[in-house]
Design a protein around this ligand. Structure first.
Ligand code: NOJ
Length: 532
């Protein structure tokens, strides 16, 4: 029997490098800081890190505006630091996943500077240039994700260039073969240096309509201004799948690498990204839990749908948070953040943990004068700084993150919410994460087993993970009130492997499971148990 690839059997830990650990006292996290803290990732039990971009960048969008794909930005260190990081991570048995940003570059990238230099430039077609529309304004109605028109007029040539995000992030033209080849070479460059794969930024944006048709009006009258159009002609275009298949071929030139894609689409469209015969992304990010309400019935349905849409052999994955979305502990509250962790780590599929969620870090409130995210500046209320604050390591000044003022404020609760404190509290959320990950590692049913929902009502989420020889029952109370679930006509018996509050581990259960409000249990069922 062949063993599962690492990206199926393990847990991915996402590191936002600016905020993880500052080793030099600059107030900004760096690669050496990540090296210092790898033992944390090991202690947690994850087996891979995905690091947000650390490539050379003017930082208009904190690294998502790249000026040189093959250089490390000095704010984070240099190439020697990168090599050291890969060697150290591999030494700890950790894989290293990089952020590939192929949709757009910085407007300071030499490719764009050359493209912009004249209509006849050799690189003109590397970006998306159009003449003004009939009325002399932008070529069509396409909107930037950051608000307003996605077209900026370049005074030099009188033409407009397209940018799905900031004007400082012009979109590359993925219909151009040379662009594709250039980015594929970038991928090879990092894989040769030891990268174990990529998370591809906004991959569903890569190709735009070749006829530049206007996007239709969004019928949802309540949508925010930048979503008043449906992105029909700017995202999820059919030609994209050919590009992804090519990227996959590049990754497959190297053994044991992974390709993950950032895609915000409903499941029925998301699954196309696994590609024909699974020749696309290994893991199209499944963000369905990021926006699901705290409702057991809705979540049960969402999991069932996800399972049922997956192509044959397509491997699922689950996410509770990332650097673009409000923190889970603030979305559902501290008590339910534990239940969310139990769900994330017991579902079938690869979990990705956003740094800090393992200690229940909350969305920080940030004074207007300390906001840094350009999105906060262009669309007030939508800023993402609150989920990007420095990691809370301990209760010393600046939470052990930095010797000087951090680039974003440290969240005010760091003295009560930090790794050092929680490590010593057996019932902390941090130790819950660790116990869950350990259980996953030790029980094949939790990594490879089938997912089978059991009938439940109200706030109870109930399912089984099973292989031929192991069965694990997961019972999660998504409500504040106690719940009791009985299997009177069945012979339910088993032993608690992990409990939400950490005070019932190893308890024997028979016929009935009583859950306190906000409690969940992961139960190893005895062989004799018969379930409906
Ligand atoms: C997706 C990234 O996750 C987000 O942080 C960024 O703003 C956009 N790509 C644009 O680069």
């Amino acid at each position: 029997m062949t063993s599962a690839p690492w990206w199926q059997s393990g847990v991915i830990y996402q590191i936002y490098p600016r905020s993880f650990q500052d080793s030099r006292g600059t107030g900004v996290g760096d690669l050496q800081g990540i090296i210092q803290r790898l033992t944390h990732v090991v202690e947690l039990g994850a087996n891979a890190i995905w690091i947000n971009p650390f490539f050379q960048s003017p930082m208009a969008e904190f690294g998502y505006d790249i000026a040189d794909y093959r250089a490390i930005d000095p704010a984070f260190g240099d190439m020697a630091d990168f090599d050291e990081l890969v060697a150290a991570a591999h030494g700890h048995g950790l894989k290293v996943i990089l952020d590939l940003v192929p949709n757009h570059t910085s407007d300071q990238h030499p490719w764009f500077i050359e493209s912009r230099s004249s209509r006849n430039s050799r690189k003109r077609d590397w970006y998306i240039w159009r003449n003004p529309g009939d009325s002399g304004g932008p070529p069509n109605n396409w909107l930037s994700e950051f608000g307003r028109s996605a077209w900026t007029c370049d005074a030099g040539s009188g033409q407009y260039y397209y940018h799905a995000f900031l004007a400082a992030q012009p979109d590359l033209n993925w219909r151009n073969r040379d662009v594709r080849d250039a980015i594929y070479e970038v991928m090879r460059f990092w894989m040769r240096r030891g990268a174990d794969g990529f998370r591809i930024d906004v991959v569903w944006h890569l190709i735009k309509d070749d006829q530049f048709r206007d996007n239709p009006i969004n019928p949802d009258a309540g949508a925010p201004p930048h979503e008043c159009l449906l992105p029909l002609y700017t995202t999820d275009r059919p030609e994209l799948h050919q590009v992804i298949a090519e990227m996959r071929q590049v990754v497959d030139e190297f053994p044991d690498r992974v390709l993950i894609g950032e895609i915000y689409l409903p499941i029925e469209r998301l699954v196309a990204y696994y590609g024909q015969n699974l020749g696309g992304l290994h893991l199209p990010f499944n963000f369905s839990l990021l926006s699901s309400p705290r409702d057991a019935r809705v979540i049960a349905k969402l999991i069932d749908e996800h399972e049922s849409y997956l192509p044959d052999g397509g491997w699922p994955n689950w996410v509770l948070g990332n650097h673009d979305r409000p923190r889970i502990a603030s979305r559902v509250g501290a008590a339910q953040a534990r239940i969310a962790a139990m769900l994330l780590l017991t579902l079938r599929g690869t979990p990705t943990i956003y740094y800090g969620d393992e200690i229940g870090m909350k969305q920080a409130r940030i004074a207007p004068d300390r906001l840094r995210d350009p999105l906060a500046k262009s669309m007030s209320g939508l800023g993402r700084d609150g989920c990007r604050t420095p990691m809370q390591w301990d209760e010393t000044e600046r939470a052990g993150f930095s010797r000087s003022q951090a680039w974003l404020p440290i969240s005010s609760d760091f003295q009560t919410c930090n790794v050092a404190l929680q490590r010593n509290e057996s019932t902390s959320i941090y130790n819950l994460y660790r116990r869950l990950i350990r259980a996953r590692r030790e029980r094949r049913a939790l990594t490879r087993g089938h997912y089978r929902p059991l009938k439940a009502t109200g706030n109870l989420l109930l399912f089984v993970r099973e292989t031929k020889t192991e069965r694990i029952l997961v019972a999660l109370n998504l409500g504040n009130d106690p719940i009791s679930v009985s299997f009177p006509s069945e012979r339910l018996s088993g032993q608690v492997l992990v409990s939400a509050f950490g005070d019932r581990d190893r308890e024997r259960l028979r016929t009935t499971i009583d859950l306190r409000g906000n409690e969940g249990v992961v139960v190893e069922l005895d062989k004799a148990t018969v379930l409906p």
